[in-house]
Design a protein around this ligand. Sequence first.
Ligand SMILES: [Zn+2]
Length: 391
Amino acid sequence: MKGIRWSIGDGKSVRFCWDRWLHGAEPLIHTAIGVVPEEQLNWTLDQFTTETVQWNWNVFMHLVPATVLMKVAAIMPSRVDTGPDVPYWGFSEDGRFTTRSAYRSLTLDEDISNRGLWKVIWHWSGPQRIRQFMWLAVKGALLTNWQRWHRHLADSPVCVLCGGVAESTLHALHDCPKASCMWTRIVPSENVLVFFNLPLEKWIWKNLTNAIGINREQWEVLFGVTIWQVWSQRNAFTFSNEQCNASRMLKNMERHVNSISATLWGARSIGGVGMGRENVWIRWTAPPVDWIKGLHLAWEMGFRRVLMEIDSQCAVKLVSSNAEAVGIHRNLLKAIKELLNRSWEVRVSHEYREANFVADYLATFAASGPGGLVHLADPLSGAIPWINMTF
Ligand SMILES: [Zn+2]
């Protein structure tokens, strides 16, 4: 059933190829780039895990595109002691089934055709060029690499930013890691499931008619501006080789949203920065697997009083809460809590990454680096000015 997602426990019930257990992804069989051996087709997750609770990459990494492998890497493999796998409902914010969310998911098609997606786009309260852009996106008329390849204007359909898969419209606007890293800054974790699970038309519809981002009062404006920025940055890179810079994009978006709100609401522009009642603009969800590597490292290096700053408020709540977590990172949270319970003092707090210049520099460095865990014995030369400034 389409709305069912899986929270991984012992991995004995979830089928690796057929079930929806990855963040925002279709069943893996739909994205396979090689032929899955017949005997593995119905294997469950635990059969793709080694005894040391690692993914058994050798078995499947040649069958799955790089972007999907990154999603697998962000999930902790099955653990026997977590208990059975648990299904949850992917169309509601908290994973619980409600008739309203089921009804909404079933009637979304009807809404789109009845009320007309074009009407929603045409009533959007921002600049005309962004309206036109959204309409072209819905009609599949954006010149993505896939389109250009199809028209013999490019040598390959593959996304030049991540090199992972064909650059479809949806890939360019939200699936590509270069795009999704922007969205995870401005979509609260509790809505990420819904946000990354919709096909193109429904995705645009949902965001223009429901406040699912951080800035509830003006989400539809922020959404339109962001989608436009993501596309402009992509073109700047493809045609002028201009590097993508998330901080610059955030600044541009803020300026854009401010000027639109000033035009629309004049003096009512909220808080002067248009960021809604929570006044939260900068939000970042780090790949959670990295926390556990950091905690392990701190433990192994003998630190026994540690401050752990996380730049997602939702993550702080999850780590600090005693309740058993549901969702795709259930195993990871269990492992983090086990580590925290060792005989050491770890204080968990929330801090915007941008407020910690050294962390921000390292995160930007990591995003442009080769990936994987890198131990730095000495500070990077580029980080030294920030270290001097901070201490
Ligand atoms: Zn890409």
